[in-house]
Design a protein around this ligand. Structure first.
Ligand SMILES: NC(=O)c1ccc[n+]([C@@H]2O[C@H](COP(=O)([O-])OP(=O)(O)OC[C@H]3O[C@@H](n4cnc5c(N)ncnc54)[C@H](OP(=O)(O)O)[C@@H]3O)[C@@H](O)[C@H]2O)c1
Length: 375
């Protein structure tokens, strides 16, 4: 084993007992790899909506202070009122952040030599770092011509979009509804469903998002801000037969609206006090709106609402399915699963409160990429 770096910088997030968030870049030892492990020099990692909680907790970034520069950059920010109680389990712990990333294997254990020098993607939870030691089997080997930037976002959104279609088939449904559908993940889902001929009803919240999705081939796009939203959703549900929805919003009225429209789309003649016998299912897989979920009683009694997380789904689906989905992501990295970034920042720049606030905004086309090889 040669060229093993002793230490590397890693972004750490801590909440103090006094209710302060502290983000810093710490020198952490690089753990030498075991026989089936590799050390990856991480070069690119996206800021996904799911990175916000571990990174920021519930801090008031408008009152954040930035100190130092380069490797000694440090951000402190007070938590929002009431947040300290909710985050009690995190107090005093220094946590890494960054769910996924990609880079180059710089040291490989004896059984993992084939990966030496290759570009791989990794999912872990500590990708805002210069180096990471991981099991070789947890790396996704990228095609020879792929850069770390090409592969930075190849787990969280691609696999979740594929998992939705897989779950649809496993559970016996034939079409899908998706909310916040102009997201990075939503655009991948449009491309997957087109290729796999799965009818997909996209729900967005702005007219320009309708144009964006139509531009990449979406057939059914319903704008929740349009006066005829309900009618257009019912029409799309009738046309596709979709009774399964994946919802990233959670808060407010959208889940109730989808269930109601599914019920209306299947109403026959006559009256039943319990609604139709068509089963309607919504999986919440994101929490873009933290307001309470409002459910009116207008969609009968045959429905389900559940949560959906990638990891438990892949465990349930089994290794063969997970391997098949990963192989598809690698093969279609620059087409179906391409991600676009609005800005590329260094580890130290990510600690700038303005940059951090912008990177955590979760807006259409607003994804940030952290270039961990820069300071
Ligand atoms: N459960 C899992 O395992 C899993 C895995 C991967 C991703 N996710 C979830 O998938 C979702 C999409 O991730 P992404 O990286 O693709 O997001 P993204 O590219 O950052 O896009 C976020 C999208 O959500 C829209 N949005 C934000 N707040 C909204 C609200 N309150 N109501 C309606 N729309 C809203 C934005 O539209 P505007 O431009 O109009 O703001 C934008 O189109 C996130 O919620 C993420 O947490 C979950």
């Amino acid at each position: 084993m040669t060229n093993i770096p002793d230490h590397g910088l890693q972004l750490r997030s801590k909440i103090t007992g006094e209710g302060q968030l502290v983000l810093s870049l710490d020198e952490v030892p690089v753990r030498p790899p075991g026989p089936d492990e590799v050390v990856v020099r991480i070069e690119a990692a996206p800021v996904n909506p799911s990175d916000s909680a571990p990174l920021i907790g519930a801090a008031d970034l408008a009152r954040a202070k930035l100190e130092g520069s380069g490797a000694s950059t440090r951000l402190t920010a007070p938590l929002l009122p009431g947040a300290l109680e909710r985050l009690a389990g995190r107090v005093g712990q220094s946590l890494p952040a960054g769910l996924e990333g990609a880079g180059v294997v710089v040291v490989a254990g004896d059984q993992a030599r084939a990966l030496m020098g290759r570009t791989v993607a990794v999912m872990g939870g500590s990708m805002y770092a210069q180096y990471i030691t991981v099991k070789a089997e947890d790396c996704l080997l990228l095609p020879e011509d792929a850069t770390p930037k090409d592969g930075a976002s190849c787990f969280v959104n691609p696999l979740t979009a594929l998992a939705m279609v897989e779950a649809m088939r496993l559970e016996g449904y034939t079409a899908l509804v998706h909310t916040a559908a102009a997201s990075n993940l939503g655009q991948m889902l449009v491309r997957i469903c087109r290729a796999d001929e799965v009818p997909l009803v996209n729900i967005v919240r702005r007219p320009e998002q309708v144009e964006l999705l139509r531009g990449i081939g979406a057939e059914y796009v319903c704008d929740s801000s349009a006066p005829d939203f309900r009618l257009s959703l019912i029409a799309a549900l009738k046309a596709t037969g979709a009774t399964l929805a994946f919802d990233a919003i959670a808060g407010g009225t959208i889940i109730g609206e989808i269930l109601h429209c599914m019920e209306i789309a299947h109403l026959g003649p006559g009256y039943t006090p319990y609604g139709t016998t068509v089963h309607k299912q919504v999986y919440m897989y994101g929490m873009l709106d933290l307001a309470p979920t409002q459910l009116p009683h207008n969609f009968g009694m045959h429905f389900g609402i559940g949560g959906f997380l990638l990891r438990p789904f892949l465990e349930r689906a089994g290794k063969d399915v997970a391997d098949r989905l990963r192989a598809r992501v690698a093969a279609e990295l620059k087409t179906t699963f391409v991600s676009h970034y609005t800005a590329e920042v260094s580890l130290a720049q990510l600690l700038d409160p303005g940059v951090l606030a912008e990177a955590s905004r979760r807006s259409t086309g607003g994804k940030f990429l952290v270039n961990t090889s820069r300071l």
